[in-house]
Write a protein that binds this ligand. Sequence first.
Ligand code: ZN
Length: 691
Amino acid sequence: MQSRFVKADAEAMVARYGEARVSRDLALRVYTTRLLGADPRLVLHGGGNTSVKTRTPDLMGREVDVLCVKGSGADMATIEPAGLPAVRLAELRELRAREALSDEDMVRLQRANLIDPLAPNPSVETLLHAFMPHKFVDHTHSTAVLSLIDQPDGEARAAEVYGSRMGIVPYIMPGFWLAKRAAEIYEANTAAHGLILHKHGIFTFGDSAEAAYERMIEMVTLAEAALRRGRRAVFASASTPPSPASAGGRGMLRLAEAAPIVRGACALKDTANGAHRRLVLEFRSGDAVLNFVNGADVKRYATAGVVTPDHTIRTKNWPLVLEAPQAGREFAARTTAAAAAFLESYRRYFARHNARCGGVKTMLDPLPRVVLVGGLGLFGLGRSKKDAKIAADLAQAAVETITDAEAIGCFESISEADMFDCEYWSLEQAKLGVAKELPLAGQIAAITGAAGAIGAATARAFAAAGAEVALLDVNEAAARSVAQAIGGAALAVRCDVTDAASVQAGFDRVVENFGGVDIVVSNAGAAWQGRIGEVDETILHQSFDLNFYGHQRVAQAAVRIMRAQGTGGCLLFNTSKQAINPGPNFGPYGLPKAATLFLARQYALDHGADGIRANAVNADRIRSGLLSDAMIAERAKARSLTPAAYMSGNLLGREVTAEDVAQAFLAQALALKTTADVTTVDGGNIAAALR
Ligand SMILES: [Zn+2]
């Protein structure tokens, strides 16, 4: 591993932060923390921490000795000085004399000794940092070090590689006891440059930021060299993976065909009220992943446990392992059975260890967070796309770590009881009741015509309600700018609903990205006019192609995915006042919209048994691409009204906005017992009222 320390960069950071009155010590601590955090082979998603012992004025202006240690929630790659809260060092060190200290008391004492009471919680490894005498302490979960030590004889291997340069600490869960034991081991050999924490990671020390960092690089490089010595090829393939086949043919299912089956199997089904607990997927593949998932022995090494304990809350202790998704070989049935076995096994694991802990723990959802699929790759799963990506990142790091561990020996994790203690750590459990999820968390919504006023407002409303949103539009650039404004994982997809191949490709893209789809807002449309006794038939065909067949193509593509998932779904159609109450010379627009209103009812009827609901929103007089400012001015003039009076010409006397329509779609998505409904959003128009 190459050092990325550059003296000039370090000094530049000292100068830059110096202007903001950040001390040299802390600026250098930020610099090397970012170097460590930027390398996924060292640190992933909160899996590491650093500290510096320095002096700082407290809120009363008195200089005190402090430990600035990474706070929970800070990302090392982008950390700022505020991400390293200062804690009174003498008080932390005093705790070493205690006979025992519960995790709750440890956190309370750490908070009580913060210089700034508004600072984030210091890391759970704070005491270990405090008990070491060195000014700078660095900690990572280096994959190379883990490959070396995640072995039955990992401690002996570490001793062979490092000799007396590193102290070796047996596995203990992070917290007070680990800090005490680590301090004792260091004190038995104060010449050591750091500590190897068996089956957990590595600490290095230094009197300067550079020294601690360079020692980390040096020790990781020694582990990398050890992994190259005596290495053997690993993971003979179970069989040659089948080659992808065209739909319906022999061979392997495509990702877009397999993902909804996996996602549906990894959902908790509550058939009583139609609510499902669903997860979002993130797919990864490549040579290393395929070599791993295709191995003949994959069930053994993939389910042997986590590579370092803090992965467990993100990935659970073992993945769901599936064989290659061969077409015509009942992949769906076998996936359902394998997922059910996973849930059962997880529930038994919880019961076993909860009994050991006195029955006080609350079970987390038993769904897998990583799924390995032979021939295809791996999925990370999460309640949001962000969590799914984190699970996938950690799963890829585990693939690398386990592959290298098997190449030099035999991968071995911590015990099941130790994994349970990390997964069900009391401080994590305490957060359970507090965190409230948004109503559409875990759901994927696809919106067509998403670059238009109503589509964009609907995408924003669904994202705000916790759904992951895919914005489909014939104008991909416009959809992308709406997606960027929403932020998060919002996805822009080009989709022309008048082209069956484009609809198929668009939904494939949504599924490849998120794993499936739960809600579709079929919104794309455009207006054509013409007096019905004279209008050219081509105009009618064009309008029907977009305003009726467009909805049918979208709904049919969605239903295929929803049925593969087997967790129901929701189809929402944007119809129009014209579908109920025709306007003069608007037949070419109103006729296909009337057919679409009945299309919603037909879907409700034919697919209610699949748990798929179908509803429509019947809106009128919304400022949008269909009703431009010029059209509003023209119509207002024809009625001798101002544009504002025309727009609010309804029973309530209020203009109806795209946001109002979006809220109606959202209400329909949330109403789990409502199907074949038409919701009117027009401010009140008796002539257009449904009867
Ligand atoms: Zn750690």
